[in-house]
Ligand binder design. Structure first.
Ligand code: C2E
Ligand code: MG
Ligand code: MG
Ligand code: MG
Length: 288
């Protein structure tokens, strides 16, 4: 059909492409305005210490309240912002906002901030981080930077130096989405990192058919290498029980504890959890 109707098909694709290019152009224009118009917002999702049941850290997750499109996912924002070179300005805003917010939380609670590869590899990343700590007054040990494996695969010597300097500063580095890439943990361990977040894909089906072996193996290896272990994407009590059973996983994160919520809500959650265990029905209902 495509052959018989070659010209028409070509026109169709050309229109499609033009429409995609146009949509992308509009998205870029909107993104540029969004920062100035204060359309970005940070949601926060708790990481829960599985031994104490208390919130140890809250991860900042970007949301865009688009005037027409409604809430836009970070998955659609970050890659475009990277292409446009907007990620540095956007990332600076995210980091400072997250540090300032953390200052309103109980002292034992840290904030985790996601860094995209480009943001992590900007020339003055160290001074950006130092400055964010300085203007917010947040002690370095309450900041955790989440990077993915792709940030570790370029400029490896430079990356190593940056991580060492961050470590010296007291900032924690957390390896996000571990297990979705192709690197082995023994390679990644060459970099100074304090935490590993095991991707939620490792949880899929473990409460029904998939064996726990893989998750347990990765968790144990990370712990043996001296890193704290987080499992992300815990949605059910069954999963929580399986993950907690052998004591190697130190923290959990997922809808079971709470979905990502606005700043005001996380403050209420932190106040409520002060002195109380998380992981029960109350929290699940707060988060929905
Ligand atoms: P991530 O850093 O791995 O964050 C976890 C994502 O999984 C979040 O999606 C969160 O809402 C979702 N999640 C948490 N618990 C569960 C669960 O139990 N079940 C399921 N199905 N999902 C769960 P979100 O907020 O849409 O963010 C997606 C990704 O976008 C993040 O993955 C991160 O890579 C990126 N991102 C988000 N905010 C930022 C940011 O401020 N800067 C950068 N550079 N990237 C960001
Ligand atoms: Mg993350
Ligand atoms: Mg993650
Ligand atoms: Mg993830």
């Amino acid at each position: 059909r495509a052959k018989a109707d070659g010209r028409g098909t070509f026109c169709f694709f050309r229109d499609e492409m033009a429409a995609t290019v146009e949509a992308r152009r509009i998205l870029e224009l909107d993104l540029r305005k969004a920062l100035a118009n204060e359309e970005f917002e940070l949601f926060y999702q708790p990481l829960v210490n599985l031994k104490s049941g208390k919130i140890s850290t809250c991860e900042a997750l970007l949301r865009w309240n688009h005037p027409v499109r409604g809430t836009v996912s970070p998955v659609d924002i970050i890659p475009v912002a990277e292409d446009m070179g907007l990620i540095v300005d956007l990332g600076r805003w995210i980091l400072r906002r997250a540090c300032m917010e953390c200052m309103k939380w109980p002292e034992g609670v840290s904030v985790a901030v996601n860094f995209s590869p480009q943001q992590f590899h900007q020339r003055d990343v160290l001074s950006e981080i130092r400055y964010a700590l300085e203007v917010s007054g947040l002690p370095a040990h309450r900041l955790e930077i989440e990077i993915t494996e792709s940030s570790l695969l370029r400029n490896t010597q430079l990356t190593h130096d940056i991580l060492s300097q961050l470590h010296a500063l007291g900032v924690r580095i957390s390896l996000d989405d571990f297990g979705t890439g192709y690197s082995s943990l023994s390679y990644l361990h060459n970099f100074p990192m304090q935490k590993v977040k095991i991707d939620r894909s490792f949880l899929e089906g473990i409460d029904t058919d998939r064996p726990l072996t893989l998750l347990r193996g990765v968790a144990r290896l990370s712990a043996d290498l001296g890193m704290a272990v987080v499992v992300e994407g815990i949605e059910t009590n069954e999963q929580l029980e399986l993950v907690s059973a052998d004591g190697t996983v130190s923290e959990g994160q997922g809808y079971l504890f709470s979905r990502p919520v606005p700043a005001v809500r996380i403050r209420q959650l932190l106040d409520a959890s002060h002195g109380r265990r998380l992981g029960d029905a109350q929290i699940v209902s707060i988060s929905s």
